[in-house]
Design a protein around this ligand. Structure first.
Ligand code: HEC
Ligand code: HEC
Ligand code: HEC
Ligand code: HEC
Ligand code: HEC
Length: 180
């Protein structure tokens, strides 16, 4: 009776410690999952660029393809050359400290000029096993905003969004269309 109780307690204790050990990784995993899926942080960019200042009608009112000109014809939308930014920023906010890295990258007359292009950090890349072609979608009349409603935010692209639209539009949805 007594022995049985002790071995039962032993098992309980072993189980308790096993759970205790499993808890920190489970919490970390949960925090990582929560942080990554639900509250993504924007990566630190070389310059604190916002789309709002550049695309809003009462601001610079630029069309998306003025900077991402690959989107109409090629697979990748592409990032603007630093010289595109300088076309305005030699004159707009020319002394602003936020733009110092831009001048260092591309303005030969700037103090601290290096000539090293700005390196933007991708916010929402697809995994490599999925292929996506911008030109194919933009030519079919899908707008940038349908897939990028908030380009300043970090919003991962979801397979379910691809499939919802494809089903609505009668586009094939077999796996191999999108996956290698
Ligand atoms: C067509 C002109 C134009 C071009 C091209 C342009 N900008 Fe701007 N930029 C503006 C205007 C207008 C503002 C808002 C100025 C203000 O608030 O007084 C601005 C503001 C900014 C700011 C201040 C933060 C913000 O977003 O309000 C940063 C940083 C910036 N631009 C970076 C860039 C970079 C990097 C590029 C190239 C990828 C670029 N700009 C291209 C016109 C331009
Ligand atoms: C003045 C140039 C400029 C214009 C105009 C512009 N962008 Fe951008 N875009 C950038 C720069 C610089 C970045 C990198 C910084 C960042 O991620 O915000 C960027 C990043 C992005 C990203 C993030 C992609 C990723 O996975 O990292 C998307 C999506 C995007 N732009 C869509 C748009 C759309 C849609 C429009 C029109 C509403 C637009 N852009 C107009 C310069 C521009
Ligand atoms: C049908 C949905 C869809 C449409 C329409 C679309 N995009 Fe994208 N965009 C994506 C996806 C998905 C990615 C991620 C691709 C990857 O990582 O391979 C992306 C990536 C980007 C990027 C990151 C850089 C790059 O070269 O991939 C930019 C910038 C961008 N899009 C801008 C635009 C602009 C501007 C338009 C409109 C002219 C546009 N997109 C239209 C879905 C779309
Ligand atoms: C808002 C609507 C919409 C969204 C969202 C969308 N697509 Fe599409 N997609 C289309 C349309 C429309 C076509 C047909 C284009 C044509 O007629 O050539 C298409 C075609 C395709 C094709 C070629 C299919 C074929 O004929 O073999 C691929 C691959 C593809 N999309 C991948 C994606 C992926 C990956 C995503 C999500 C990241 C996505 N699409 C999101 C509308 C969409
Ligand atoms: C229209 C394009 C499209 C089609 C069709 C499609 N997928 Fe996807 N799939 C994606 C995109 C985009 C992602 C990455 C985003 C995500 O994980 O939601 C993805 C992610 C996945 C993942 C997750 C992989 C990971 O990295 O976690 C699996 C598994 C998957 N797809 C399986 C399938 C299967 C099985 C089918 C066929 C029944 C299919 N997909 C059809 C676009 C597509």
């Amino acid at each position: 009776m007594h022995n049985k109780g002790t071995s039962h307690d032993g098992t309980r204790r072993a189980l308790f410690f096993a759970l205790l050990l499993a808890l920190p990784p489970a919490l970390l995993g949960g925090a990582y999952y929560y942080g990554y899926r639900e509250r993504p942080h924007r990566p630190v960019q070389p310059v604190p660029f916002t789309h709002a200042s550049h695309t809003d009608a009462h601001k610079a009112a630029m069309p998306c393809v003025a900077c991402h000109n690959g989107a109409e014809h090629t697979a990748g939308a592409g990032m603007p050359a630093d010289s595109t930014c300088l076309q305005c920023h030699l004159h707009i906010l020319p002394q602003d400290a936020r733009l110092a890295p831009l001048h260092a990258a591309a303005n030969k007359n700037a103090p601290g000029y290096t000539g090293d292009a700005l390196r933007w950090v991708r916010k929402a890349p697809l995994p490599t096993h999925v292929h996506f072609n911008h030109g194919q979608h933009v030519r079919a009349g899908v707008t940038c905003a349908q897939c990028h409603p908030a380009p300043d935010a970090q919003v991962p692209h979801r397979m379910s969004a691809c499939l919802d639209c494809h089903r609505n539009e009668g586009v094939p949805t077999d796996c191999s269309r999108c996956h290698h």
